[in-house]
Design a protein around this ligand. Structure first.
Ligand code: SF4
Ligand code: FES
Length: 253
């Protein structure tokens, strides 16, 4: 036996189960899984799926905190299940529910379409307005220029920040933390020319002004992104841009 294994020990996963058309509402179901030091909550779910109950539905892919698809609510908090270990919750139970703030499709699978729509609305790519480098050249950046946006580029779209955000819980039209952080990822990139188009989304109803700066989004982020900081940063940009546009002659706004 390897040292990391705890012989004979187990822990209960209390998993939310919901099948539309069969269940009126989600119901918790207990599964006993091996308690191993190196097992994440996702390993526990995979054990349920492989050995105990193949009907369990949940999302995952990379098992290494990269794909962003395994976010769930674990003992009340939004977490990446591949980076959350069963031993943290011993002797259990470990309560696993879908990410809060999203409609549940089945068991632990939530509807990500509204989130994807918000991401797309901020033009999440480099806008160049036709200004391309010669084919044999590239857009060089200094370390300082890279540093201006690098932390926002670490986002893996796991949606934990939305699940933690009390504003999003009350207002599904709020653009939300990750979409605004992603907008800043491009706004602050020295190669980008799309800030004006993003302003129309970020400064509109549902944009940055809806944020009350609770900061739970940044606390929940598993990748060290600071969406709350991005939002406060952009509030200043939006205020200055609003004044600048106001001072322009009417036809030039
Ligand atoms: S900002 Fe952090 S918590 Fe939010 S989606 Fe990106 S990686 Fe996940
Ligand atoms: S499985 Fe990819 S982030 Fe967890």
């Amino acid at each position: 036996m390897r040292a990391a294994e705890t012989a004979g020990e187990s822990i209960v996963l209390r998993v939310s189960r919901y099948l539309p058309g069969r269940d009126a509402e989600p119901v918790p179901r207990d599964y006993e899984v091996p308690l191993r030091e190196e097992w994440s909550v996702l390993d526990g779910l995979n054990h349920v799926k492989d050995v105990l109950d193949g009907s369990l539905a949940y999302r995952w892919s990379c098992r290494m905190g990269i794909c962003g698809s395994c976010g769930m609510t674990v003992n009340g908090e939004p977490r990446l299940t591949c980076g959350t270990f069963l031993s943290e919750f011993a002797p259990g139970p470990v309560v696993v529910e879908p990410l809060r703030g999203f409609a549940v499709i089945r068991d632990l699978v939530v509807d990500i379409e509204p989130f994807l729509g918000k991401l797309a609305s901020v033009t999440p790519w480099l806008v160049r307005n036709g200004a391309e480098p010669p084919p044999d050249a590239e857009f060089a950046q200094t370390p300082e220029q890279l540093g201006a946006y690098k932390q926002f580029s670490m986002c893996i779209n796991c949606m934990l920040c939305y699940s933690a955000c009390p504003v999003y819980a009350l207002d599904e039209d709020f653009l939300g933390p990750a979409a605004i952080a992603l907008a800043q990822r491009y706004n602050l990139d020295s190669r980008d020319m799309g800030a004006a188009a993003r302003f129309d989304v970020l400064a509109a109803a549902g944009g940055v002004w809806d944020c009350t700066y609770v900061g739970e989004c940044s606390a929940a982020c598993p990748k060290g992104v600071d969406p709350a900081g991005a939002i406060q940063q952009y509030k200043l940009t939006a205020a200055m841009e609003t004044v600048r546009r106001f001072l322009l002659p009417k036809g030039a706004r």
